[in-house]
Design a protein around this ligand. Structure first.
Ligand code: NAP
Length: 352
């Protein structure tokens, strides 16, 4: 059997692509991946707690809706209701990352999407149909492919950083910055690029103070964004420093950072309740083994403006794997829709 569309990836881009492809009667097959270090099925959203900026999900009793929409045998995947988020005796909170992607997955399943819980390790593009090769399943022949494998945030790589993920350590200020544990508290942002200064500026509206920790004494960020951050009275740069250890305990989560000078190796402890790591992202393209063109930052290069075409006709890209700029759940979902429409039109033009 030759598939019409294979979708690789199970974040907002992948499920949106599947929903559109399924509704176009293309009977999509989604490879949703298996858990890997720093990468899990459902994408980066699965690392996020509450998602307050996804349109259509204002704070409310989202749990009642989610439990009515998601198949009962997958309820065990749903994270607990956040503590203390109650109104009139019922849960009252913004949809959590895992809940949001589980809803998207359910929507794709409802329209007949088939799912393989396996990792794609290669695509044979030497002939058509393409062959999608996965770790544990036979190769799948397909006329089109939508690559929606996302990107993963780079972390410093300390075991103590891992310990406090979701309890003080985050890689997304826009996603997590407004959570109660960060409000009116001293916070740290690590990095010196546009993302770091942007996150610091964003957090300065919520925090009592933001330390911008950079390993050199000069920022990499664009001049205008540097000036904005450095003239902000709430942002204090901490030059020539790296994070040596995240400090805290199981009850309070992160409480301080041990900083190490890159000049003389001396250390000091900086009390903060949050550390936002903004030291770049890595797109998940290794499995393509260089077969699709990438841009100078390693993200898949889209070959046509405002389209999801890649360097190989019939292979489309959606979401963060081809986006080093917006990186939001809503933009990924939008591009997943675009990729499915592009695949549908490409198939029609080629008589399928
Ligand atoms: P980036 O430009 O690659 O900057 C990464 C920063 O992290 C650098 O300052 C780097 O230090 C530091 N860093 C890297 N590894 C580190 C480590 N292990 N420990 C400590 N520090 C480390 O990444 P980005 O800021 O995410 O930006 C990515 C792209 O998106 C850029 O092209 C940027 O212009 C764009 N962007 C644009 C906007 C905007 O225009 N609004 C916003 C965000 C991002 P060094 O400087 O010493 O190398």
């Amino acid at each position: 059997m030759v598939e019409q569309v294979v979708v690789i990836g199970s974040g907002p881009a992948g499920w949106s692509a599947a929903i559109y492809a399924a509704r176009a009667s293309l009977n999509p097959l989604v490879f949703e991946g298996t858990p890997q270090p720093d990468m899990i099925p459902l994408g980066q959203l699965a690392f996020t707690t509450e998602v307050e900026n996804y349109p259509g999900f204002p704070v409310g009793n989202v749990r009642a809706f989610i439990e009515s929409a998601v198949a009962a045998d997958r309820h065990f995947n749903l994270p607990p209701v956040p503590k203390g988020h109650v109104k009139d005796g019922a849960p009252h909170y913004a949809v959590q990352g895992v809940e949001l992607v589980e809803l998207m997955k359910q929507q794709a399943i409802n329209f007949g999407t088939r799912i393989v819980g396996d990792d794609v390790i290669d695509i044979d593009v030497t002939s058509r149909p393409f062959k999608v090769i996965s770790r544990d399943n036979p190769p799948v022949e397909t006329r089109t492919v939508i690559v929606a494998t996302g990107a993963r945030a780079n972390y410093i790589g300390l075991p103590s950083e891992d310990r406090f993920k979701n309890r003080g350590v985050s890689a997304c200020a826009v996603c997590d910055g407004a959570l109660p544990r960060f409000r009116n508290q001293p916070l740290a942002v690590v990095g010196g690029g546009d993302s770091a200064v942007e996150e610091a500026t964003y957090l300065s509206k919520l925090a009592s103070k933001v330390y911008l920790i950079h390993r050199r004494d000069q920022l990499r960020a664009s001049k205008i964004m540097q000036e904005r951050a450095l003239s902000n009275p709430k942002i204090e740069p901490v030059w020539n420093s790296v994070v040596d250890e995240c400090l805290g305990d199981d009850k309070q989560g992160l409480t301080a950072l041990r900083l190490k000078s890159t000049l003389d190796g001396s250390t000091r402890d900086l009390p903060v309740t949050g550390m936002f790591v903004a030291i770049g992202h890595t797109p998940n393209t290794a499995f393509l083994n260089g077969k699709l063109e990438v841009n100078d930052k390693g993200y898949l290069r889209l070959s046509r403006p405002f389209r999801t075409w890649t360097s190989i006709e019939g292979i489309f890209a959606a979401g963060d794997v081809a986006d080093d700029y917006y990186r939001q759940a809503i933009t990924s979902a939008g591009s997943g829709c675009m990729a499915a429409l592009d695949a549908e039109r490409w198939l029609a033009e080629h008589g399928h």
